[in-house]
Design a protein around this ligand. Structure first.
Ligand code: UDP
Length: 518
């Protein structure tokens, strides 16, 4: 029944789109080429090995029938004519956008995220085309929307059609001379979701190389991000407008960039799925839902088994790659949950069956509400905050007994005293809120001294419970922007969250490496 309905809706959309397509084809015969390109992409969608080849072929078809980026607007006035580089820029643009849209398609198998992004991007393109009186561009985008709705209605998985839709969108920006403005409009929603190739495009305009040396992430990787992914559409576009010597230098630089790309790809940390854990850029993550994680902690408590629980987010995973001690704690921990939408998306993109985000605070609140844990010790945050959190927690969860608190700004020689304090209080569970990586290292160092309890790293939870910080609303959490909400409250976190686009870039590289090695 459901299938029949889906089919009927599919037929209805096809009926709507056929006359529209025929009308468009009549107006612009080049669209036959687009249809052919779409057919190539849809036809090869199920064969990952052919993706790059089919994309290149589809982009070549578009170029051959006449969709070309021949100049781009110079922000200082006038135009940059791309002359002999036009083909390279056009192909790169079409391939990058199609592939970018396909990557978004993989993040959310339901296709909802993709539809939203395309509606935003396409809507922006249509508006610009409308303002410029480019009717063909407007019609093109409308046709794309109708096709998209039809595809959604047909319940086909996004990986079958996302590349083709990205292809259409890329060409829509070329149609009707909207070019640079439309390109920016197209990029805006993608940037909002932190897609690395877009962020690197903007980095490429701003970066000066001496500055790169001062970054803590290692020059080759940053160079890779700047060149490896963005050189196509931006750096070469500028070089191409200069003289031949500079263009030659650009080509040599591009060659070196490709070499670097291979070098870095071959050295990326392994991401493997084995048993119940998934290793994401060197950090293991358990495949657990919130309920399962709560159950695991209850099991530890019942068995009186001392255990370490960690909830790394993207910035912690990024950090663990450079901090072997932190990484070791994650490997030794008894439960590691994916704290944040970014981690879940990254895991899913790389093939891990992560079902939902399990943040430390949700995990604890669920655990407390079930009433099976009673004796808790709070260690961390600025003086007074843990006590305030303790008061609020016992009001909310009357069965909870806070058996002790201590602030988190103590010196190493006070540690012995704190461990004794905790041991004497005999808690079932110690929540350690010292921030990453201090809390993980503390748990590892003290797990033997505190023999009976479950130790859990909780980051800034005490600040939230005490009311010092506000938690992001659900909507922000779901779309992966919890970090932004927190950044607005604590601007000092800027340096830490600046790793997020790099993390995402790295994930895309690992995905690329996966595709290449398949
Ligand atoms: N914190 C602490 N001792 C320290 C550093 C941090 O108790 O030496 C506390 C800080 O007051 C905050 C919590 O650790 O309550 C979380 O810090 P941050 O936001 O840096 O870490 P994250 O939650 O990102 O791990």
């Amino acid at each position: 029944m459901a299938n029949r309905l889906v089919r009927q809706r599919g037929v209805l959309y096809s009926i709507a789109v056929i006359p529209l397509s025929l009308f468009l084809l009549f107006l612009d015969a080049r669209l036959w080429g687009v249809a052919l390109g779409v057919a190539v992409l849809v036809g090869t969608a199920r064969h990952p090995r052919l993706h790059l080849l089919s994309l290149t072929l589809a982009a070549l078809i578009a170029y051959a029938v006449g969709y070309r980026i021949e100049f781009i607007t110079n922000p200082e006035g006038g135009f940059f004519y791309l002359t002999q580089w036009s083909w390279l820029i056009t192909l790169s643009w079409i391939i990058a956008v199609s592939q970018g849209v396909a990557v978004v398609g993989q993040l959310d198998p339901s296709g909802k995220l993709l539809t939203k992004i395309i509606i935003l991007s396409g809507g922006a393109c249509a508006l610009i085309a409308l303002l410029q009186g480019q009717w063909l561009g407007v019609l093109f985008v409308i046709a794309l929307f109708v096709i998209l709705l039809g595809l959604r209605a047909s319940a086909l998985p996004p990986e079958r059609w996302s590349r083709a839709v990205g292809y259409g969108l890329a060409i829509a920006t070329i149609v009707g001379l909207v070019k640079t403005t439309a390109s920016v409009a197209l990029l805006a929603p993608l940037i909002a979701f932190g897609l690395p190739f877009t962020s690197t495009l903007s980095i490429a305009y701003r970066v000066s190389f001496s500055w790169l040396d001062e970054l803590p992430f290692g020059r080759p990787r940053v160079l890779l991000f700047v060149y490896g992914l963005s050189a196509y559409a931006s750096v070469l576009a500028f070089l191409a407008t200069r003289n031949d010597r500079e263009a030659l230098a650009g080509a040599v630089g591009g060659g070196i960039a490709i070499g670097l790309l291979w070098w870095v790809l071959s050295r990326l940390p392994k991401t493997t799925a084995a048993g119940k854990r998934f290793v994401l850029l060197g950090t293991p993550i358990d495949y657990v839902t919130l309920d399962e994680a709560v159950q695991r902690i209850e099991n530890f408590l019942e068995a009186r088994m001392p255990a370490i629980v960690c909830t790394p987010d993207t910035t912690a995973i990024w950090r663990a790659q450079r901090d072997h001690k932190l990484r070791e704690v994650y490997h030794e921990a008894d439960l590691v949950t994916p704290d944040g939408t970014g981690v879940v998306w990254a895991g899913r993109l790389l093939g891990a069956p992560l079902r939902e985000r399990v943040s430390g605070i949700d995990l604890l609140e669920k655990l407390f509400s079930r009433g099976r844990v009673s004796r808790i010790f709070l260690l961390g945050a600025t003086p007074g905050v843990a006590e305030q959190a303790a008061r609020k927690l016992t009001e909310r969860y009357p069965s909870l007994q806070i058996v002790g608190t201590h602030h988190g700004y103590f010196s190493p020689h006070e540690n012995e005293h704190i461990a004794d304090l905790i041991e004497a209080a005999q808690p079932d569970m110690v929540l350690v809120g010292l921030g990453v990586p201090r809390q993980e290292l503390w748990m590892r160092e003290n797990r033997r001294k505190i023999r009976t309890a479950v130790l859990m790293g909780v980051g800034g939870c005490f600040d939230v419970w005490a009311g010092v910080l506000r938690r992001a609303p659900r909507g922000w959490q779901r779309v992966g922007l919890e970090w932004l909400y927190r950044l607005l409250q604590e601007p000092r976190r800027l340096a830490r969250v600046s790793a997020i686009p790099l993390f995402l870039g790295q994930i895309v590289l690992v995905k690329l490496a996966q595709l290449l090695s398949d």
